[in-house]
Design a protein around this ligand. Structure first.
Ligand SMILES: NC(=O)C1=CN([C@@H]2O[C@H](COP(=O)(O)OP(=O)(O)OC[C@H]3O[C@@H](n4cnc5c(N)ncnc54)[C@H](O)[C@@H]3O)[C@@H](O)[C@H]2O)[C@@H](O)CC1
Ligand SMILES: Nc1ncnc2c1ncn2[C@@H]1O[C@H](COP(=O)(O)OP(=O)(O)O)[C@@H](O)[C@H]1O
Ligand SMILES: [K+]
Length: 492
């Protein structure tokens, strides 16, 4: 599990740690980690050109001390002192080691082999001001890669929010613990690789603000069949999706559920989608409906409702009946539009997982779509608290929020997933995990991980289509769990 923290959490932990250490010790640890990362990136330090962008705070101090270490190893290190003041001891060490202070307009950024962004770290507030903004843009335009100190300047460390210009880093060397903004877009997309430098903060950190599951975490959570398994005990998913107008959503949601390991998938819908589901998935158990009713559809352990369902009376009645059951329900797409109109539908005792994209969440909460995209965490958390359900907010970083738990963030996806129908597959995958007994929080976050990985496998750097993502789900599971799929030890 990768953990991340807000700026306030980090600062509080740093204060407690600093009280036990000689002055400046933490910065020395930070700087030597930073210098080592820069050296690795440069390959050969001796004779290389490194340009430091140095702000007025301790972030600039880290950069100066690291610059001093690189200068002692023979690098030609120049520093643009951009702040109204400069970390004094850091500057002294830098100059003593042979570093040079230069003006911004001297071509130093353009000539560099490596740019080090020490403009602002966790002490930043608001959009980058001049001359920092200009320097961030110049670093972006330069050929050399940029290493960001702690966070890329311009990215809000606590949320990933970016107002105005920001540094685009190839590598972010972050001190003590990951910051939330390094795991959540748009910040995460600007951070590049993230390397964590251990400065001894661990024992002083509180519960994390957000966490990201690793492949090993997901593998440990994924249900697997065992000797005593049968199709009913493995979990039966019910899918209420698709309409005579939108048949594909039904096919994709059923496919996601089947390929994510459900013991059985029951599908209930009208004639057109029934014909499509039957021809694509002969293994699904299908009930063709003459009227909107779940009578006779059979028992399930979880429902997926909404993709392509429409928003008329039929859809509303199906949604109400699904929600009247006593099993976990995943609501997506048109189901969310109906809930936005009629919040009372959510009043039930059994768990609910909603899977909106930013537009659907906007309908649910009234917040603007762009505002949601800019600050995904805040809006997902707010909606989970307000609606009393688990919220999986889709997008370039998918976030899963549940009241009183750290938000789980997922970055396994690829932008190629931004194509019609991939969300329907996700709903089926998450439904299968719910039916197999995972809670909404685990089912949502494991499904996001698997779906993102399946997207990468299906894409492999080229366009994908939603059915291909569903087809790649078993390969994603295989990649996580190795070939040991039966629950027994692998034969020797
Ligand atoms: N506190 C500690 O114990 C440690 C801190 N470390 C470093 O110290 C950093 C935090 O240092 P500081 O608290 O001095 O804060 P920063 O260096 O992040 O920034 C503070 C300065 O930036 C200016 N500033 C803030 N927002 C700005 C904006 N939008 N545009 C232009 N200027 C802006 C402020 O006026 C202030 O002078 C960390 O990110 C990390 O790099 C590390 O050395 C590890 C130890
Ligand atoms: N830029 C992106 N990077 C990674 N994943 C993305 C990106 N944009 C969208 N996705 C993913 O693609 C899927 C799209 O789902 P959704 O918006 O519901 O589309 P649809 O309704 O057409 O199925 C979601 O899983 C989402 O997280
Ligand atoms: K920085």
């Amino acid at each position: 599990m990768r953990t991340a923290y807000t700026a306030d959490q980090i600062r509080a932990a740093e204060h407690r740690l600093m009280a036990r250490l000689p002055e400046g010790a933490l910065m020395q640890r930070a700087a030597s980690g930073l210098a080592a990362a820069c050296a690795t990136m440069l390959g050969k330090v001796y004779g290389s050109r490194v340009t430091l962008l140095v702000g007025s705070g301790d972030n600039g101090g880290d950069a100066l001390y690291a610059g001093a270490l690189l200068a002692r190893r023979g690098a030609r290190v120049e520093a643009v002192l951009a702040g109204s003041r400069t970390h004094e001891a850091g500057l002294e060490a830098f100059l003593l080691a042979g570093g040079r202070a230069v003006e911004a307009g001297t071509g130093t950024i353009e000539r560099a082999d490596l740019v080090v962004d020490g403009l602002v770290g966790i002490g930043a507030s608001g959009a980058l001001r001049e001359p920092y903004r200009e320097l961030a843009l110049a670093a972006d335009a330069a050929a050399a890669p940029t290493v960001a100190v702690d966070v890329p300047s311009g990215v809000d460390a606590s949320s990933g929010r970016v107002e105005g210009a920001a540094v685009r880093a190839a590598l972010t060397v972050t001190m003590g613990a990951r910051k939330t903004g390094l795991l959540v877009d748009p910040g995460a997309a600007l951070a590049g690789e993230v390397e964590l430098v251990d400065i001894g903060l661990g024992p002083y950190l509180p519960d994390p603000d957000v966490v990201a599951l690793t492949g090993a975490d997901v593998a440990a959570l994924l249900p697997r069949p065992a000797a005593e398994s049968d199709k009913y005990r493995r979990g039966v998913v019910g899918v209420v999706a698709g309409s005579d107008q939108y048949t594909g959503a039904a096919v994709l949601a059923v496919g996601g559920a089947l390929l994510a390991g459900a013991g059985m998938v029951r599908y209930a819908g009208p004639g057109e989608p029934v014909a499509q589901v039957r021809s694509h998935w002969p293994e699904a158990v299908i009930t063709e409906l003459e009227r909107p009713s779940l009578d006779g559809v059979g028992r399930v352990q979880a429902w997926v409702v909404g993709p392509g369902l429409g928003t008329g009376d039929w859809a509303r009645e199906m949604l109400a009946q699904v929600l009247a059951s006593d099993v976990p329900v995943l609501i997506d797409a048109d189901g969310l539009t109906l809930v936005a109109r009629e919040r009372d539908l959510l009043g039930r005792d059994a768990p609910v997982l909603v899977t909106p994209h930013a537009g659907e969440l906007s309908r649910l909460t009234g917040a603007g779509r762009d505002e949601i995209e800019a600050d995904r965490l805040r809006h997902a958390r707010g909606a989970a608290a307000d609606l009393g359900v688990t919220v999986l907010l889709k997008g370039s970083t998918t976030v899963v929020a549940e009241p009183d738990r750290p938000v789980r963030v997922n970055g396994t996806g690829t932008a190629w997933l931004a194509t019609g129908g991939t969300g329907d597959v996700l709903s089926g995958v998450a439904g299968a995990l719910l039916a197999q007994g995972l809670g909404c929080y685990d089912a949502g976050s494991c499904a996001a991980y698997l779906h993102g990985l399946a997207g990468r496998i299906a894409s492999s750097g080229a366009p994908l289509h939603a059915a291909g993502v569903a087809a790649a789900v078993p390969a994603a599971i295989r990649e996580l769990t190795g070939r040991e799929l039966t629950g027994r030890p692998a034969p020797r």
